[in-house]
Design a protein around this ligand. Structure first.
Ligand code: ADP
Length: 423
């Protein structure tokens, strides 16, 4: 099917977040990890390409994103969405503006919008200033982010040094007057030569109005939430045929492996809850791993009944993580754990596991790579922002869910299995 909306996300969990929100409407959404090396084939109405460019130097991010755009155009898309973080993770030499400008040049379009708001998750924009909950961005914990410390909350000021053309604002008072008023404001700004327009949004209603006003722009940019109303709008006016809705959920065997490499507070609670429910569990300790290698855990998996959905976890509290990092080095400890969990995923799949539940953003990257997964079809949501996905690995169809750090309820590992059983 011709692709109606081509989306490019600057990181992997951002791509799953966007794909999950688009799929809420019931349309088919396909996610690809990196720019596919093959020309488009069997594409869906909504294609999302996940890049790893959030903190990449400008020239690299621009080149990668343009390659993604070219692939999506070859798939037939005429409208595009550039997705970045709802905290606009991008400092003065960040790449959000340069990437948007390069995409605009390739598409020959004079104007785009910037709307990272995600009211459901506490991200709102008022008078061009981004808030995280009740705090301005620059007073939120984002001010101390290790890679992208955000020291200004004003999106126009953040964007201006990154782009060559003028930056402007369509404020909340305009948005509140509805889609035609917003459209008129955007047109007036275009007359003045304003190419980059920050658009205020403090509630979901604002996002619907923005989507209505901007749905036919060649390029929209923002967080995932402003894209969420688009499928329903395209279905309503026939841009998207009614048959674009998802097919049947595939029947996937019950053998399951749960792999947890996240050390977030929520994942610690989820691991504890799952063990308390009596799940078979194996704890990975990075120090022991550095001496024994993966053999003991792989032997353990081989001896398991995968019907009981065993758990392998490196999840630990902050103190244990710190001492492992001091002994092995931060990167080394992380890589050791990620590679071991990735090897566990392959071993479990080869032993018959067809449902794979993964906790941790980096861990998810390592697992998908080891499983050779490059394309996922988005299925039912287990928790906000965490869908089941269906993909092929080692000649088998498998169900895979990838949960980043703080997502999901404490009962997530069980919830995921129940959700798939209920489909
Ligand atoms: P999150 O989504 O919570 O950030 P990630 O998987 O992205 O989770 O990051 C967690 C990182 O911590 C990974 O690199 C993982 O390998 C590493 N890690 C997991 N357990 C431990 C541990 N016990 N000691 C040190 N590092 C660990």
């Amino acid at each position: 099917m011709t692709t109606v909306l081509g989306c490019i996300a600057d990181d992997f969990t951002g791509a799953t977040d966007l794909a999950g929100l688009l799929a809420r409407s019931g349309v088919r959404v396909s996610l690809r990890i990196g720019v596919p090396s093959e020309p488009p084939q069997d594409t869906g109405p909504f294609e999302v390409i996940a890049l790893k460019s959030r903190t990449a130097p400008v020239h690299e991010a621009v080149a990668e994103t343009r390659a993604a755009l070219a692939w999506l155009r070859a798939a037939g898309a005429q409208r595009f969405f550039w997705k970045y973080c709802s905290t606009f993770d991008s400092t003065e030499d960040g790449n959000i503006g340069p990437v948007a400008e390069a995409l605009m040049d390739d598409l020959g379009t004079e104007q785009t919008i910037y709307c990272p708001a995600f009211p459901e998750n506490g991200r709102s924009i008022f008078m061009g200033n981004l808030f995280v909950g009740q705090q301005p961005l620059a007073e939120s914990p984002m001010k101390d982010h290790p890679l992208t410390p955000m020291r200004d909350s004003n999106l126009m000021r953040l964007l201006s040094p990154q782009v060559t053309r003028p930056v402007g604002l369509a404020d909340r008072l305009t948005v509140a007057r509805g889609a035609p008023a917003l459209r008129a404001r955007l047109d007036a700004l275009k007359e003045e030569g304003v190419a980059h327009v920050v658009v205020d949004a403090v509630a979901d209603e604002d996002l619907t109005i923005i989507a209505q006003a901007c749905r036919d722009m060649p390029l929209m940019t923002g967080g995932s939430a402003v894209a969420m109303p688009l499928p329903a709008l395209y279905l309503a006016d026939g841009t998207l045929p009614a048959g674009a809705t998802k097919g049947q959920t595939p029947d996937i065997a019950r053998e399951t492996i749960v792999l947890s490499g996240s050390c977030s507070a929520m994942t610690n609670a989820q691991v504890a809850a799952y063990i308390a429910q009596g799940a078979p569990a194996y704890q990975l300790d990075p120090l022991t791993l550095s001496q024994t290698g993966a053999a003991p855990v792989l032997d353990w998996i081989a001896a398991q009944d995968l019907g009981a959905a065993p758990l392998v976890y490196a999840t630990a509290d902050a103190q244990s993580v710190k001492s492992a990092q001091e002994a092995l080095g931060v990167v080394q400890a992380g890589v050791l754990v990620e590679q071991t969990l990735a090897a566990c995923a392959v071993a479990a799949r080869d032993a018959g596991a067809r449902r794979v539940i993964v906790a941790g953003g980096e861990t998810s990257g390592a697992v998908t790579q080891a499983l050779g997964v490059t394309q996922l079809d988005i299925g039912a949501e287990i928790a906000p922002g965490v869908p089941w996905t269906f993909c092929r690995s080692g000649g088998h169809q498998i169900a895979l869910t990838l949960k980043s750090g703080n997502f999901g309820a404490p009962t997530f590992f069980r919830d995921a299995q129940d959700r798939l059983d209920a489909l």
